[in-house]
Ligand binder design. Structure first.
Ligand code: ADP
Ligand code: MG
Length: 299
C-alpha cells in the first residue's frame, strides 16, 4: 500500500534521542536511546506513564520531529532527510487525541481531500481516494456534513479517513480514543482493527487504557524515554511486577485471571480479553464435564 519495496522493515528506530529545548537550561530529554523495529502489518500498543515519551517517539516516526541523535528510517527513508519528509508523512499517518483539533475544512469530504491535494494528485484521483477512504471508515453518508456537528467517534473516523486517503503503510493513534465515549472508542478500535487485518496497515496505538492495549499483538512500554518492555502482549502483561513499577495497570481481564489463579482456579493460558477468558474458563468447564461424565449433568 505504501509503494515501498517491502525489502526493508517499515520503521527502524536506532538509538533515538530527542531533547526539547536542547542546549538551554530548560532542556528535557524526552526520548533517551530507543531502538525498535516495526514490521509491515504489525499491531502494536505503545504504553507508558504520562511524560514517558510516547508522543515524542510517535512524532519522530512521522518526521514531525527530527532526532536529536540516532536515526529513524521509514521504508528506508531517513526522517532527517528534508527531501523525504513528505514521503515519510504519507507513509505514517497520525491521529491525535482531540477530535476537534484535527478537522480543518467545513465539509467532511473536503477535509479528507486535504492530504491528497497536498500530494498534488489529479482531481479525479483525489475524488476516488476520498470516497474509498470514507467508505472504509463507514462515513461516506456523512460526506456533505459539517465536521463540527459529528460525534467524537465520527470525527476521529473522518481524521482516520484523511490519513487513509494518503494510502499510508502505518497509522499511529496517539490516545485517539481517550476523549471518546464508549461507543466512539469501539468505532475507532473496530476501524483500526479492520484496517490492520484486511489491508495490512500497521497500527501503532498509544493508549492509557490497558483493555485497549490488550487488543494489540505486540506491546512496547516506555519509561523515562526508554523501552522498558517489548514483546507479545500476553508476555508483556505477565510482567505485573515491572508494570507496577512503571505505574501501569494490567488489562482488567489479565488482573482477573491472576486473581482467579490466586484463588485456586486453574486458568489456562494468558487471557487478555473477555473472549480469551471465556474460552479459558469454558475449556475448564468442558474438561470438568468430561471428567464427571455426562450422566451427572443436569438435564
Ligand atoms: P507522553 O506522550 O508519554 O505523555 P511526551 O512525549 O508528551 O510523553 O513527553 C515526554 C517528555 O517531554 C515529558 O517530560 C514532557 O513534559 C516533555 N515535553 C513534551 N512536549 C514538550 C514540549 N513541546 N516542550 C518541552 N517539553 C516537552
Ligand atoms: Mg502523549
Amino acid at each position: 500500500m505504501s509503494g515501498g519495496t517491502g525489502s526493508v522493515p517499515l520503521i527502524q528506530v536506532q538509538d533515538l534521542r530527542y531533547t526539547y529545548h536542547a542546549g538551554t537550561p530548560q532542556a528535557v530529554v524526552a526520548v533517551d536511546g530507543v531502538t525498535l523495529t516495526i514490521e509491515r502489518g504489525e499491531s502494536l500498543a505503545l504504553i507508558g506513564a504520562n511524560g514517558s515519551g510516547k508522543s515524542t517517539l510517535a512524532k519522530c516516526l512521522n518526521a514531525l520531529l527530527q532526532p536529536s541523535a540516532g536515526r529513524v528510517l521509514v521504508d528506508g527513508l531517513d526522517t532527517r532527510d528534508r527531501d523525504a519528509v513528505w514521503a515519510v508523512r504519507q507513509r505514517v499517518g497520525m491521529v491525535f487525541q482531540n477530535p476537534d483539533n484535527q478537522l480543518v475544512a467545513t465539509v467532511v469530504e473536503e477535509d479528507v481531500a486535504f492530504g491528497p491535494e497536498n500530494l498534488g494528485l489529479p482531481p479525479a484521483e483525489i475524488r476516488r481516494r476520498v470516497e474509498e477512504a470514507l467508505r472504509v471508515v463507514e462515513m461516506w453518508e456523512y460526506r456533505d456534513h459539517e465536521p463540527h456537528l459529528l460525534s467524537g467517534g465520527q470525527k476521529q473516523r473522518v481524521a482516520i479517513a484523511g490519513m487513509l486517503a494518503m494510502r499510508p503503510a502505518c497509522l499511529i493513534l496517539d490516545e485517539a480514543t481517550a476523549m471518546l465515549d464508549p461507543q466512539g472508542r469501539a468505532e475507532v478500535l473496530r476501524t483500526a482493527a479492520r484496517l490492520n487485518r484486511e489491508d495490512g496497515i500497521t497500527i501503532v496505538h498509544i493508549t492509557h487504557a490497558m483493555e485497549e492495549a490488550a487488543l494489540a499483538r505486540r506491546v512496547v512500554a516506555l519509561a523515562a524515554g526508554r523501552v522498558a518492555l517489548d514483546g507479545p502482549a500476553d508476555e508483556v502483561f505477565e510482567r505485573a511486577d515491572v508494570l507496577r513499577d512503571l505505574r501501569l495497570d494490567l488489562p482488567p481481564v489479565a488482573a482477573l485471571a491472576q486473581g482467579l489463579r490466586a484463588g485456586g482456579l486453574a486458568v489456562r493460558g494468558r487471557p487478555l480479553t473477555p473472549d480469551d477468558l471465556v474460552e479459558a474458563l469454558a475449556g475448564d468447564a468442558h474438561a470438568a464435564d468430561a471428567a464427571t461424565g455426562a450422566a451427572t449433568r443436569p438435564t
